[in-house]
Design a protein around this ligand. Structure first.
Ligand code: ZN
Length: 388
């Protein structure tokens, strides 16, 4: 229970790309770059494992951009024709490749990366792919003229890729869909359907990551316009609750998401963001534990996966890894509390309990642990396949 994980990206070492910069260009090229990326993955794995993260990722060390990485192996996308366009409903501008023809996966894209990463960790492994809606929102289009149709072609390409990665030993495939928080109507009309195509036939864990974005200025400015309560999730969670996606992520650290919205995702595993990626201040383990306890008012611990709010690539490296340690330490605090509480419940209190037994004897008579009894009881066994 409370298995920890991360949204996906981690800072790149300074020898690989300029630190604390989104989409920073590589410092190397060719075989030197490939070697450096693999070295960076080893660092990322080691740091996650040492911090105590249960479900690890490659930290996205192989890709410069979380969307464009996958597109490198897709026909119909012209990387030479980059256009500056407004994305996420014009929240900010980015130089985006252009779709110039039908979209089709030309070759395996991430297989070698996954083979390498899988070979170097015994932990459960997550791999992130961009979601279909976010892909079409991060491209200029000169071919389809219809975002839903274009998204379905990308979804088919993603599905081919995802099946291959599953066969290579990935335990969780996560689709990153920050665009879900922007195009709320589209989520219901075609966004979830495109995700279903992307996960079709998968038996590993599946997840969708929805967020309020990296901690960059355009996003923090946008968040200021969202009012005292962020209710975007309210519009899209009902459609996700009905979907076949296994896990849904949501930002809970330093956000104005009303915690009650989690109850709209009944039956789903929740990746609960307990680390604020927009704030360089490192959370204390106790602050992380407090956020987890809030989530546990709505969902049982088997369904809660403490996580970062979003990717950490723009953060300073030492800050990011300190935050991972806080994440794992906070989860450990709550896990300890739950284990104690379950042990107490499993062993009915006897009036003449021996005072020498330290483990069960701590509870003061008459003091009852607050919180709902039912919250600690899993509705079903956790689906996650662990490796480590
Ligand atoms: Zn995110």
């Amino acid at each position: 229970m409370l298995r920890t994980t991360i949204a996906g990206s981690l800072p790149k070492p300074q020898w690989l790309a300029e630190p604390e910069k989104l989409w920073a260009p590589w410092r190397l090229s060719g075989a030197e770059l490939e070697q450096a990326q693999r070295d960076a993955v080893l660092v990322a794995l080691k740091e996650q494992e040492a911090a105590g993260i249960d479900i690890v990722s490659d930290g996205e060390q192989f890709r410069q951009h979380f969307v464009h990485g996958f597109l490198a192996g897709v026909d119909g996308v012209d990387f030479q024709r980059r256009q500056r366009i407004g994305i996420r409903a014009n929240r900010y501008e980015a130089d985006c490749p252009t779709v110039t023809g039908p979209v089709r996966r030309r070759k395996p894209v991430h297989a070698e990366e996954v083979r390498f990463t899988r070979a170097h960790t015994t932990h459960a492994l997550k791999f992130t792919l961009p979601g279909p809606m976010t892909i079409v929102d991060t491209l200029a289009d000169e071919h389809y003229g219809d975002r839903a149709r274009m998204a379905m072609d990308f979804a088919r390409a993603l599905n081919e890729e995802a099946r291959e990665l599953e066969a290579l030993g990935v335990d969780f495939i996560q689709f990153d869909e920050p665009a879900f928080n922007v195009y709320l109507d589209d989520v219901e009309t075609w966004g979830v359907e495109a995700l279903h195509t992307a996960i079709s036939g998968l038996r590993c864990g599946t997840a969708v990551h929805i967020c309020y974005g990296y901690g960059i200025k355009a996003n923090t400015d946008w968040k200021r316009t969202l009012g005292s309560e962020w209710r975007q999730y309210e519009r899209i969670f009902p459609a996700l609750a009905k979907s076949r996606i296994g896990q849904v992520s949501l930002e809970c650290a330093g956000s104005r998401v009303p915690i009650g919205l989690l109850s709209l995702l009944e039956g789903k595993d929740l990746m609960v963001g307990v680390i604020d990626v927009a704030d360089p201040a490192v959370e204390s383990p106790e602050a992380v534990a407090a956020t987890i306890r809030t989530a546990l008012k709505v969902a049982p611990p088997e369904r809660v996966f403490p996580c970062t709010n979003c990717g950490m690539v723009p953060l300073a490296r030492d800050v990011a890894y300190e935050k991972l340690r806080a994440l794992a330490a906070g989860a450990a605090i709550v896990r300890g509390e739950l284990e104690k509480s379950r042990a107490r419940k499993a062993k009915p209190a006897r009036p003449q309990a021996s005072p020498a037994r330290k483990t069960a004897g701590r509870r003061k008579p008459g003091r009852r642990k607050p919180g709902r009894q039912s919250a600690a009881r899993p509705r079903k066994a956790p689906r996650a396949k662990g490796r480590g």
